[in-house]
Design a binder for this molecule. Structure first.
Ligand SMILES: C[S@@+](CC[C@H](N)C(=O)[O-])C[C@H]1O[C@@H](n2cnc3c(N)ncnc32)[C@H](O)[C@@H]1O
Length: 265
C-alpha cells in the first residue's frame, strides 16, 4: 500500500535524526544556525510569551526559544527527532504530532515558528490555516522555508530532492510570490519577507551534506565573514535572488478574510 506523506516523513526523519546531532556539533555550523535563529527571533513582537516551534526537529532552535521564553512548546511528527530534542531542551514541552492536525486550542500561542517544516507537508494552505487557528488575533507566524526564486537553486534543489535519500521526492521549495499567496489563502496578512542565506548556508549550514569547512583552519572566522557578506547580498534587490531561504512574517488577517479562511476548512 502506498505510504501517506506523514508516514514517509516519519520514516525519513527516523534516519535523519542522528545526522542533525552531527550537523550541530561544529562551532562553525552552530554559529551559522544561531545567526539564522537570531534573524527569525528578531521578528518576535514585544510582549509575546506563548511560543510554538512547529516541526522543531532535534530542538536546537527550540533550546534558544525556551531560554528566552520559558514554557515554549515544540511539536514534531518524528518521535525520533524529538528524542534528540529532549536532550537539548529537557525543560520544553515536546509534543509528537502532525502539523496538519494540531492538538492545541484555538488562539493558544502568540508566536508560531516554522523553520523548514512547511515544505515537507503537502497541504500547505491547510498547514498554514492550522497555524492561524492556534495564533492569537495579535499573534505572528515567523517562517523560514527553502526559496526557489533563483532558477539555478530551483534546479539544484529539484535534483537533490529527487535523488537524495535525505529528502522526500514530494518536498518542494517556494517562490516569494507562491509562499505569500499561500499565506493569504490561509487567512494571513504578510508583513515582512526577506531572503536569507547564501555562502554561509552552503558552506557552514550543513556539514552532514558538505563538510569542507571541517578541514579549513579558522572556519568560525570564515563563517562570520560569510554571514556578513550574505547579509549584504540578500538585502540587494536583484542579487537577493541568491538567497537559499525566505523568511516570512505574517499576522492573522483581521475580520472577514480570517473568518472566510476558517469557513473554507
Ligand atoms: C528540515 S527539518 C527542520 C527541523 C528544525 N526546525 C531545524 O531547523 O533543525 C523538518 C522537520 O519537520 C518535521 N515534519 C515534517 N512533516 C511534519 C508534519 N506534518 N508535522 C510536524 N512536523 C513535521 C520533520 O520531522 C522534521 O523534524
Amino acid at each position: 500500500m502506498p505510504k501517506t506523506n506523514a508516514e514517509a516523513q516519519i520514516e525519513l526523519h527516523r534516519a535523519l535524526a542522528p545526522r542533525y546531532a552531527y550537523r550541530y556539533s561544529f562551532r562553525f555550523s552552530r554559529l551559522f544556525q544561531e545567526d539564522w535563529h537570531a534573524e527569525m527571533i528578531s521578528h518576535v513582537p514585544p510582549g509575546a510569551e506563548r511560543i510554538l516551534d512547529l516541526g522543531c526537529g532535534t530542538g536546537f532552535f527550540l533550546a534558544e526559544l525556551e531560554a528566552r521564553h520559558p514554557g515554549s512548546v515544540g511539536l514534531d511528527i518524528s518521535h525520533e527527532m524529538l528524542k534528540v530534542s529532549s536532550q537539548y531542551v529537557p525543560d520544553a514541552r515536546l509534543v509528537t504530532g502532525d502539523a496538519e492536525r494540531l492538538p492545541f486550542a484555538a488562539e493558544a500561542f502568540d508566536v508560531v515558528f516554522c523553520k523548514g517544516s512547511l515544505h515537507h507537508t503537502r497541504d500547505h494552505v491547510g498547514f498554514l490555516a492550522n497555524c492561524r487557528d492556534v495564533l492569537a488575533d495579535r499573534g505572528v507566524l515567523i517562517m523560514s522555508e527553502p526559496c526557489n526564486d533563483n532558477p539555478f537553486i530551483r534546479l539544484a534543489r529539484a535534483v537533490l530532492y529527487r535523488k537524495s535519500p535525505h529528502f522526500d521526492v514530494g518536498d518542494q521549495g517556494f517562490t516569494k510570490k507562491g509562499i505569500v499567496g499561500l499565506c493569504e489563502r490561509a487567512g494571513f496578512e504578510v508583513t515582512r519577507v526577506k531572503k536569507y542565506g547564501f555562502l554561509a548556508y552552503v558552506f557552514a549550514g550543513f556539514p552532514d551534506h558538505l563538510g569542507v569547512l571541517r578541514f579549513v583552519p579558522g572556519s568560525a572566522l570564515l563563517t562570520r565573514l560569510f554571514i556578513a557578506v550574505d547579509r549584504v547580498l540578500c538585502a540587494l534587490p536583484l542579487i537577493g535572488l541568491l538567497g537559499f531561504h525566505i523568511v516570512v512574517v505574517a499576522r492573522p488577517s483581521p475580520g472577514p478574510a480570517r473568518r472566510r479562511a476558517r469557513r473554507r476548512r
